[in-house]
Write a protein that binds this ligand. Structure first.
Ligand SMILES: CC(C)(COP(=O)(O)OP(=O)(O)OC[C@H]1O[C@@H](n2cnc3c(N)ncnc32)[C@H](O)[C@@H]1OP(=O)(O)O)[C@@H](O)C(=O)NCCC(=O)NCCS
Length: 292
């Protein structure tokens, strides 16, 4: 059985078929908005994923899947289009339009999409995409001696996307999807399918402050190999004449002189950070890293 097939089986049981939202930020009525779940498995080879009610396999029905994936690309454009436009050439190392690169990435083998569609319009309002993968930066200690590290790298669930349209944001939906359903999916994969998934991992643009706040709030940390901010202290240029003048005025060597003016720090941000959420329930396994 393929990892993707396991992922589909578990996610189908854990993520609810419908979600009810009390507030629809776009309307003034108190009517509940109902969202219906749809799953898409990206299996370019045959992974025996049965196409059934609201579960699509890319291998078996790529035409239907392409229609939905293009709608998800529109959500991405709506939410993060300007950031992708700015960073595309750096992150994809080419000059193609960002959407062209993104749609290829969105069809990466092994990805599972959990999509929630509006009950009335049938259009997607939110989606997550994730896959099981290895992370060589996270190492698993051996059972008998926690100081001795085995060579096996840890498996993680890599969250490629979590995207909510603005009208359904800030209602704890993102929190519930990650800390409840996705975490539970990992726990079941470990317990019932003998996986060693020790964390949820993701990449976030360093200028996506709202998302960073959200991830920190749910307990995510920097991975050991995440790019980090660099603090640059500008050196003040001092001429020989000002040094002598300062020394004679204060009657002490210039090295001991301090200026009262605070030095302005310059913070240089990387393009993105790598974050992870440890899954404590993955019993004996611990993370080999020291993160703040
Ligand atoms: C980021 C996102 C997934 C969060 O989902 P959500 O359902 O809106 O978030 P929640 O309601 O669960 O928020 C939980 C906490 O996160 C923080 N948070 C969420 N959205 C925030 C925002 N826009 N600005 C600042 N903090 C925010 C808050 O501290 C909030 O806690 P509070 O309600 O007690 O203040 C969602 O807003 C989204 O899809 N944003 C656009 C796309 C995006 O940036 N995705 C991430 C790509 S890496």
């Amino acid at each position: 059985m393929s990892e993707l097939l396991h992922l589909v089986d578990v996610a189908e049981n854990i993520f609810p078929e419908t979600l009810e939202l009390l507030n629809d930020n776009s309307s003034t009525s108190n009517q509940k908005k109902v969202l219906h779940r749809q799953l898409i498995a990206i299996d370019s080879k045959n992974n025996q994923i049965d196409v059934r009610n609201n579960v699509l396999s890319y291998y078996k029905d790529n035409v239907k899947c392409d229609v939905v994936l293009n709608k998800l690309l529109d959500i991405l454009d709506n939410n993060l289009g300007p950031i992708y436009l700015e960073k595309s050439s750096k992150i994809y190392c080419n000059e193609k339009p960002w959407k062209e690169n993104k749609i290829v990435e969105m069809k990466s083998e092994g990805l599972l999409y959990v999509i929630y569609n509006d009950d009335i319009t049938k259009e997607p309002l939110l989606f997550m995409s994730f896959m099981i993968t290895d992370d060589p930066s996270l190492v698993v200690p051996t059972d008998n001696d926690s100081n001795e590290l085995s060579n096996s790298t840890a498996a993680v669930i890599y969250l490629y996307e979590i995207q909510l349209l603005e009208l359904i944001r800030n209602q704890k939906l993102g929190t519930i999807l990650i800390t409840n359903y996705l975490k539970k999916t990992i726990e079941i994969l470990n317990k019932d399918y003998q996986k060693n998934i020790i964390a949820l991992e993701l990449t976030v643009f360093s200028n996506n402050i709202n998302a960073i706040n959200f991830y920190k709030k749910i307990g995510m940390l920097y991975t050991p190999d995440s790019p980090r901010d660099k603090i640059i202290l500008p050196q003040k240029r001092r001429t020989r004449s000002t040094t002598i003048a300062l020394e004679s005025k204060n009657n002490e060597p210039s090295s001991r002189l301090t200026t009262s003016k605070p030095i302005k720090k310059i913070i240089k941000k990387p393009d993105y950070y790598l974050l992870f959420l440890p899954i404590p329930e993955s019993n004996k396994i611990q993370l080999n890293c020291q993160c703040k």
